[in-house]
Ligand binder design. Sequence first.
Ligand SMILES: *[C@@H]1O[C@H](CO)[C@@H](O)[C@H](O)[C@H]1NC(C)=O
Ligand SMILES: *[C@@H]1O[C@H](CO)[C@@H](O)[C@H](O)[C@H]1NC(C)=O
Ligand SMILES: *[C@@H]1O[C@H](CO)[C@@H](O)[C@H](O)[C@H]1NC(C)=O
Ligand SMILES: *[C@@H]1O[C@H](CO)[C@@H](O)[C@H](O)[C@H]1NC(C)=O
Ligand SMILES: *[C@@H]1O[C@H](CO)[C@@H](O)[C@H](O)[C@H]1NC(C)=O
Ligand SMILES: *[C@@H]1O[C@H](CO)[C@@H](O)[C@H](O)[C@H]1NC(C)=O
Ligand SMILES: *[C@@H]1O[C@H](CO)[C@@H](O)[C@H](O)[C@H]1NC(C)=O
Length: 887
Amino acid sequence: MTLFGNIFGVFLCLLFGFSSGFSSETDSHQTLSLNGKWRLSNSNNSLSLPAEVPGCVHSALQQQGYIQDPYIRFNDVSYQWIALDNWTYTTTFTVSTQLRAKQKVLLVFDGVDTVASISLNGIIVGNTDNMFRRYDFPVRDLLKEGDNVLKVSLMSPVFYASERRKAHSAYRVPPECPPDVQKGECHVNFIRKEQSSFSWDWGPSFPTMGLWKGVQLEAFNVLQLIQVSSVPLYNVSVSQWRVQIELLVEAVQTTNGEVTLSVPELVSERTFQTQFLPGKTKNTFTLHINTSSEVKLWWPNGHGEQPFYRLTVTGSQDRFSILNTESKVYFRTVELVQEPVVGSPGLSFYFRINGKPVFLKGSNWIPAHSFQDQVTPAILRNLLQSAVDANMNALRVWGGGVYEQDLFYSICDEMGIMVWQDFMFACAMYPTEEDFIQTVREEVIQQVRRLKSHPSIIIWSGNNENEAALATDWFNIPISQKPTYVKDYVTLYVNNIRAIVQEEDQSRPFLVSSPTNGAESEQEGWVAANPYDPHYGDTHFYSYILDCWDWRTFPRTRFASEYGFQSWPSLSTLQPVSIREDWSYSSNFTSHRQHHADGNQQMLQQAALHFHLPNSTDPLKRFTDTLYLTQVMQAQCVKTQTEFYRRSQSEIIEGKGHTMGALYWQLNDIWQAPSWASIEFGGKWKMLHHFAESFFAAVLPVGFEDDDTLLIYAVSDLSHDLKLRAAVSFYSWSDLDPVCTLKSELLLVPGGSAVPVFKMPVAALLAGCGPCTRLTCLLTFHLEDSSGQQGPTNHHFLCSPKDAQGLQRPNITAKVQEDKTGYAVTLHSSSVAPFVWLDVGNIPGRFSSNGFLMVSRNRTVIFNAWRPTSVAELSRSLTVTSLRDVY
Ligand SMILES: *[C@@H]1O[C@H](CO)[C@@H](O)[C@H](O)[C@H]1NC(C)=O
Ligand SMILES: *[C@@H]1O[C@H](CO)[C@@H](O)[C@H](O)[C@H]1NC(C)=O
Ligand SMILES: *[C@@H]1O[C@H](CO)[C@@H](O)[C@H](O)[C@H]1NC(C)=O
Ligand SMILES: *[C@@H]1O[C@H](CO)[C@@H](O)[C@H](O)[C@H]1NC(C)=O
Ligand SMILES: *[C@@H]1O[C@H](CO)[C@@H](O)[C@H](O)[C@H]1NC(C)=O
Ligand SMILES: *[C@@H]1O[C@H](CO)[C@@H](O)[C@H](O)[C@H]1NC(C)=O
Ligand SMILES: *[C@@H]1O[C@H](CO)[C@@H](O)[C@H](O)[C@H]1NC(C)=O
């Protein structure tokens, strides 16, 4: 739901008994926020401190100076004790007599992390065990005049998880513990909490505790509106839209009244006589849109605009207003198409938005911080804007994190980012005890109702990799016991989660897992023999050892929802959490931050396939050069793989193809560490993110070799057809002037397709270009039509750069100037320079282009600073590195 302003700003006014017609503030619904400063203490009272709500124990300890920034050096291990202790949040508040006089007073927690016992004035009002749920407790009769004392006693989540594990003695529910390299806590699958908070292969173990969302009292005499949702549904057979509007209401007693709905720009108001039953009820209304209305549709980024309509809901009882809200409605349809493919066994797997097949380009989203209270609107906006600026149209909100805050989805709605929304289960088996299932059911109902009005969400998915974990036996489950686990799997994801989603939301598809074979997995009893089968559904694919420049190593899948390579963030990102002695690739710190077994070695091994490894005798330069080279490796690997997926969209080769999605792992980072992310913690773009801006461009030339033949494909996401040709230029590694250029014939490239536009044996190409050999030349290419270049310029290396003959240190000079567009950096190079990287240290901001191949003497890029800076500061901070500078 997207309300104008804040959900708590929903104006609810209620009157009864009077007939004067005057609305009286004193008799209306009242909200008393209990956010702000509380007190926090540990179990033996050795620590007692002020704590902000919303917030968490770690943030409070840091804010009050009891601990350092938990991200510094080895603090994740040093501060393990925090999550092993129990903590109590306490606040004291007074309430007005008018509030206490209301018929009903609810104590509402929008999010408790996680296991807590809650008491008011010494009386226990309830318990919590799920951070993904809202809780409310009736407290009217416990409130008193003067001070009221509210206590939330949180149990160590690590202790709780281990107790639940002990209680589940019949069989184990793996994985018991994370691998040692993650330095994490065990049994996270036994607690309904952010699964990565007990550590992940890219993140630290900070099992948080706290009140991570707001707390308030809601007092009313007749009813309270908890939530409004609106879901447009399209009836194809009659070409008609209708909007299904649900009001989640808590009524004190049976209340008869009128509800009036309107989308002023499309349909005039309609009034319904209604009866709100006592307690919490869902009240559904349907508004039919006249077929003659021209409904403007919401489109993904790159395919059109994101228009919305205003929906107003008012309710009255005996002429008095009982509810009044305004929200946004966006119209769009989504279908997940799984049907036979000509020339290929299996089924297609792609999304149709408003009837149009759309290739999903993007990445995977993880929590933006270990401490959710520190994720600000500015952080969300910056990351999502970065996704859009890199030409992405989709993100997968991965199942080991959190259901993101409302603002996240509102921004995605506005920007046209399609969201693949997982439910929060990842890389594990899960228990199915009655109370576990019950709390999950409530979680799923609440989350679907909260989020279903967002057009950005195009699919719900039950879990991350749990079908694959079961099918391919990650956890060494004896064959004889497998049916038990399959039964638990079906119970949780199919019989409960899927059933609820299908009941609550008919406006988007549901998939049980990712990766999955989709309809084929269902045929096979929900757990396919091979969920990675490229003929069905989506796949996740990782290989760190195989040569990533060789596209033959990648599965030609229908949909790539995860793939990627690690890299290190830049020194400026590591600096605030490390000291000088840490700045070496072999330091304790460097291996401590790496949570993926052998990750640091794998990066060097992959890089060494094509590059000389840094060997400066200056240890610091060698370290920063190594960070740089891991980013070069990652950018080039993910580029190769993504280009392979994009060019595979229109073909079936050896029965495989029609790839319609490329979501690399992962967009963002949770802390300053090596990971698969393309954006560093803090928002700095890695080289990969700059590459993504090109490899996700709407029109893209892709070059590759097949059997010593060079092919160039034109990939187009446009709606209209183009006539394009490839223009290819050869450069000698030792010279900035092109050796020769050639152009192909103009060919038709239909909108939404990938078409080969150039094909020539490499030997013939070289023979036709005088002095060139594979070792002495490289080539660049672009697409053009009669009006000029379309899409970015791309490049293809005919040998590994480590074997390139004639590549010299380019001696790049840079000059910073301020002009009306911002700070312009003009580079001058004396020779060909691959992977030119500009860095201004800790001055936050973004270069208009970075990591590029420089085959011209001069090039100007713009630096967009996120805080005031100056030519002098930028010039002082600027470093320029290219491939030849590291050895
Ligand atoms: C109280 O608990 C803290 C944190 O668990 C512990 O370090 C400290 O030793 C305890 N103090 C006493 C007096 O038991
Ligand atoms: C935390 O609370 C649980 C349950 O009351 C108790 O068993 C455990 O000993 C407590 N832990 C600490 C460190 O006090
Ligand atoms: C679509 O409209 C037709 C004609 O009014 C109706 O029979 C059918 O049930 C509608 N379909 C849905 C899914 O509502
Ligand atoms: C390396 O870090 C660990 C903490 O992860 C620490 O226990 C160990 O003493 C450190 N070793 C050195 C040589 O600093
Ligand atoms: C770069 O500078 C070095 C040292 O001054 C010099 O040896 C080298 O020839 C220069 N490279 C080019 C391409 O001019
Ligand atoms: C490139 O820059 C240099 C100095 O920075 C300048 O002398 C030269 O004219 C420029 N060349 C072009 C083609 O712009
Ligand atoms: C670094 O490696 C390059 C390429 O192998 C080599 O030419 C150079 O001599 C090495 N430099 C040092 C300082 O070892």
